[in-house]
Design a protein. Structure first.
Length: 367
């Protein structure tokens, strides 16, 4: 109820400022998932800046809070109401109660490059589902990577396919740039000099809804430490919610070959530094697959996740881009191999654009 009141206050001021003329040179950037330079919004902002076309950019991030009511309800509402262009990387629920000028283009870039598990309208319920649906009706352009996901994204956002544009996403431009990847890899290794020459295994599990009540690491860390070779190291990237509560187990330094990188700024840098990715249901695989390196899917709770969790859009075990490990024993065995047999097919199915020009296509369409 408190959040709804906040949305309504924001909408009230927005409606007042809608009386002002829309500024075709104003770009409003909603980056509540990733406001860094490697996120979709940050990449677009940098490209707009380089265009030198007189566009003025106004940011809205997680730092904008109702505890600063003048900034949140008045200044930001004014700029959103008078912007000619709006870019988002997440849901922005105040949009459920506002209506933009017909001149304003509202571009949803989202924060995932693709999807394995269901999301949005396909899993949410109650008032959240209704609010998201209403907010999503303001979207004029939803940008995706390939035709393969148009049906899923239309369903998840509750909008017609006609508003979905297959251009590729800005983040993929970075992951297709060898010099960028080398720069990021070196940046990481400068902070972890002892890891040079070692096989770096990144474990990045997705967040599970039941971890709100019971956050935990689903690995026997002592056993994993013993199973690693002398030139191998396990980097663990937990969801922020889980890391805040159990990350201290990793930080105690009990294992020399297991490192907590949950707080490392920029997941792209970690993807550039990793030689192997271990994950489960995370869309991070859509980014790492562009590196052509091994991926292992540690799905220890597959049946439960499918029946009680978010479920999937496709057959999980057939769709993913690497071997599926159901137990720690299977995971350890998979780590002994460098299986990339399914990566090429996965890239071919999900990435029609491998030219590193997705941002350029986006800006040509919108501006």
């Amino acid at each position: 109820m408190i959040k709804k009141i906040g949305y309504l206050i924001f909408a009230f001021f927005f409606s007042v400022f809608r009386l002002f003329r829309v500024n075709g040179n104003k770009v409003f950037l909603v980056a509540t998932h990733d406001d860094g330079p490697e996120g979709n919004i940050g990449i677009v902002a940098d490209a707009i800046r380089k265009m030198d076309n007189g566009k003025r950019m106004i940011w809205f991030t997680r730092k904008d809070k109702v505890t600063d009511p003048v900034r949140f309800f008045i200044i930001k509402a004014y700029h959103l109401a008078t912007a000619g262009y709006v870019f988002l990387d997440n849901e922005f629920l105040p949009m459920a109660y506002i209506r933009f000028s017909k001149r304003t283009k509202v571009v949803q870039l989202w924060h995932g490059t693709g999807t394995i598990k269901k999301f949005g309208q396909d899993v949410n319920t109650g008032s959240l589902r209704r609010l998201e649906y209403r907010a999503n009706q303001r979207i004029t352009h939803l940008i995706v990577n390939s035709e393969a996901v148009k049906k899923e994204y239309a369903s998840a956002f509750g909008i017609p396919k006609e508003r979905i544009y297959v251009l590729g996403l800005p983040r993929t431009d970075l992951l297709l740039n060898p010099s960028f990847l080398e720069e990021k890899r070196e940046a990481f290794l400068r902070g972890y000099e002892s890891l040079r020459g070692k096989r770096r295994i990144l474990y990045a599990p997705t967040f599970r809804d039941d971890e709100v009540e019971n956050p935990r690491i689903h690995l026997d860390l002592s056993r994993m430490s013993e199973a690693l070779g002398k030139d191998e190291v396990l980097l663990i990237r937990l969801h922020p919610f889980v890391a805040d509560r159990v990350g201290m187990v990793l930080d105690e330094g009990k294992w020399d070959n297991i490192i907590n990188v949950s707080g490392y700024p920029g997941v792209t840098t970690l993807l550039a530094a990793a030689d192997v990715l271990v994950t489960d249901y995370s869309s991070i695989v859509f980014e790492y697959c562009l590196r052509g390196k091994p991926m292992i899917f540690y799905a220890y709770d597959l049946e439960r996740f499918e029946s009680e969790g978010r479920s999937f859009y496709r057959n999980y075990e057939k769709f993913v881009s690497g071997p599926v490990a159901r137990t720690e024993d299977e995971l350890i065995e998979c780590l002994k191999k460098n299986d990339i047999s399914r990566v090429g097919r996965f890239v071919e199915q999900n990435f029609p654009f491998l030219d590193g020009k997705s941002t350029s296509r986006l800006l040509e369409l919108i501006f």
